[in-house]
Design a binder for this molecule. Structure first.
Ligand SMILES: *Cc1c(COP(=O)(O)O)cnc(C)c1O
Length: 389
C-alpha cells in the first residue's frame, strides 16, 4: 500500500524519533524546573491575579532575553497583536499587510481594529513575507502623500505590515524595513513562534515598533495561555501596560480610568509558570537545535523531500520542524500525513491560506503563488524539546 518514497520518509523519521516516544506529538511542553515551587508560592501569597512579583519578574526576564527595553505580559499572543496594532495607529478602514501564510490570529487581530488585512506572498527561503515581491507590488499599487501610504485601488491607507517569523525562522527584515521607511508603513513583528530566534545576531522582535510573543501550550515556552508585547520604545511600552490593564490611573483606592482600556493582563499564577519556563529556555533551545540537526542529517539524501533549514542570516529556534516536498512530489502530502499518523508520528499540514477562510475571502491580496505552493508541500513533524530524551 505505501509507496517507496513514503517508506523512505517514515524510515528517516523513525531513525530520529525513539520508538518509546510514540505516539510522538507535534510539540509537547515540559515542566521539569521550578514550575511547582513558584505556583505553590504564588497560591500561598494569595496574589493570584494581576498584582504580584511574578508578573514583574517574568516581564524583566523576557526583556533581558530578547534584548528589548520593555516587555508587557498579557493573556495571549492574539491580544498582544491587537494592542500592538492599536498603538501603531491602526484604526477602522486602514489596511494592514499580512502574510496569507500564517496562523489565523495575525489576521484576526487586524479585524479587531476594524482594519482590513491585505494578504501578501511568502518566499520559500524563509517561509515569511517576500520583500522583493512586496517591493514590486507596492510600486504598482500605492501612492504616498502627506497622509502616508495609500492603496490606489481601494483608496484606503496602508498603515502597517506584520512580518511573521514562521515556525521560528526569521523573515529577511532589512529589505522589509527599507520598504517601511520608503512608504511610511509601521512594522509590527509577529514573533509568536520565534522566542530564541535571531536575525543577523539580534533577537527577533527588535525591529518592530512593537512586537509580540506567545506562550500558548504548544510554543517554545508556555504559561498555559499567555503572550507579551515587546518594544524598544519605553513610552509605547508604558502605554501598552496601561491599555492592557484597564487604563487605570494608579491610586491607592480611587477608580479612575483615562481610556477604554482592556483587561488583557497576564495573571500572576501564569507568570509564575513563565518565570520557571524562562529559566529553562536555553536548555529547550539547545535541545531543539539538536533535534533539528538530527532531522537534517536523516533527510539529507531522501529524494523528493527536504528538511527546512534556517536561512543563512538567521539563527532559528526551530520551534516547529518542517519538511518540504518537491513540486513534483506534492501529491504525496495526503498519503504521507496518513502513513505517519498510522505509525504514531503526529505530523500536520500547514495552515490554510487566510483568503481561503470565509471571513477573509473578500480582502485584497496580491499574487500568492509561493504561499499556495508551500501549503501543498509543507508538513510539520514532531518538535518537542525532549523528544530525543
Ligand atoms: C500562536 C500564534 C499567535 C497567537 O498566539 P496565542 O497566544 O495563541 O493567542 C499569533 N501568531 C502566530 C504566528 C502564532 O503562531
Amino acid at each position: 500500500m505505501t509507496s517507496a518514497p513514503i517508506r523512505d520518509v517514515i524510515r528517516a523519521l523513525e531513525s530520529v524519533i525513539p520508538s518509546g516516544k510514540k505516539p510522538a506529538v507535534l510539540h509537547e511542553p515540559s515542566f521539569q524546573g521550578n514550575e511547582w515551587t513558584y505556583v505553590r508560592d504564588c497560591l500561598n501569597s494569595t496574589y493570584v491575579s494581576y498584582v504580584g512579583r511574578y508578573v514583574d519578574k517574568f516581564e524583566s526576564m523576557l526583556a533581558e532575553f530578547t534584548e528589548v527595553k520593555k516587555a508587557v505580559a498579557v493573556v495571549n499572543g492574539t491580544s498582544a497583536l491587537h494592542i500592538a496594532l492599536k498603538l501603531a495607529g491602526v484604526g477602522p478602514h486602514d489596511e494592514v499587510l499580512c502574510p496569507a501564510f500564517t496562523f489565523v490570529a495575525t489576521a484576526n487581530a487586524i479585524s479587531y481594529c476594524g482594519a482590513i488585512p491585505h494578504f501578501i506572498d511568502s518566499e520559500e527561503a524563509t517561509l515569511g513575507i517576500d520583500p522583493r515581491k512586496l517591493k514590486d507590488y507596492l510600486k504598482d499599487i500605492v501612492s504616498v502623500d502627506a497622509d502616508g501610504c495609500k492603496n490606489k485601488w481601494t483608496g484606503r491607507r496602508i498603515k502597517a505590515v506584520i512580518p511573521v517569523h514562521t515556525f521560528g525562522h526569521p523573515v529577511d527584515l532589512d529589505p522589509v524595513m527599507e520598504l517601511c521607511n520608503e512608504y511610511s508603513i509601521e512594522m509590527i513583528e509577529d514573533a509568536a513562534e520565534s522566542l530564541g530566534s535571531y536575525y543577523k545576531g539580534t533577537h527577533t522582535g527588535n525591529w518592530g515598533k512593537l512586537s509580540i510573543l506567545s506562550f500558548n501550550g504548544n510554543k517554545t515556552i508556555t504559561t498555559g495561555g499567555g503572550g507579551a508585547l515587546i518594544t524598544n520604545d519605553e513610552n509605547l511600552g508604558m502605554l501598552a501596560k496601561h491599555l492592557t490593564s484597564t487604563a487605570k490611573i494608579p491610586h491607592p483606592w480611587a477608580y479612575c480610568h483615562d481610556h477604554t482600556g482592556y483587561n488583557y493582563r497576564l495573571p500572576n499564577i501564569n507568570a509564575a509558570v513563565g518565570c520557571a519556563q524562562m529559566e529553562q529556555l536555553s536548555i529547550f533551545l539547545e535541545k531543539k537545535r539538536k533535534l533539528a540537526a538530527a532531522y537534517e542529517k536523516a533527510f539529507a539524501s531522501i529524494p523528493g523531500i527536504s528538511f527546512f533549514k534556517e536561512p543563512p542570516f538567521a539563527r532559528s529556534n526551530y520551534w516547529l520542524n518542517a519538511l518540504l516536498l518537491d513540486e513534483s512530489a506534492s501529491g504525496l502530502l495526503e498519503p504521507l500525513l496518513e502513513a505517519t499518523h498510522l505509525d504514531g508520528i503526529m505530523t500536520r499540514p500547514a495552515w490554510q491560506l487566510m483568503p481561503r477562510l470565509s471571513m477573509f475571502k473578500d480582502c485584497p491580496a496580491m499574487d500568492l503563488s509561493c504561499a499556495e505552493s508551500l501549503v501543498k508541500r509543507l508538513i510539520n513533524i514532531p518538535s518537542s524539546p525532549f523528544l530525543l530524551g
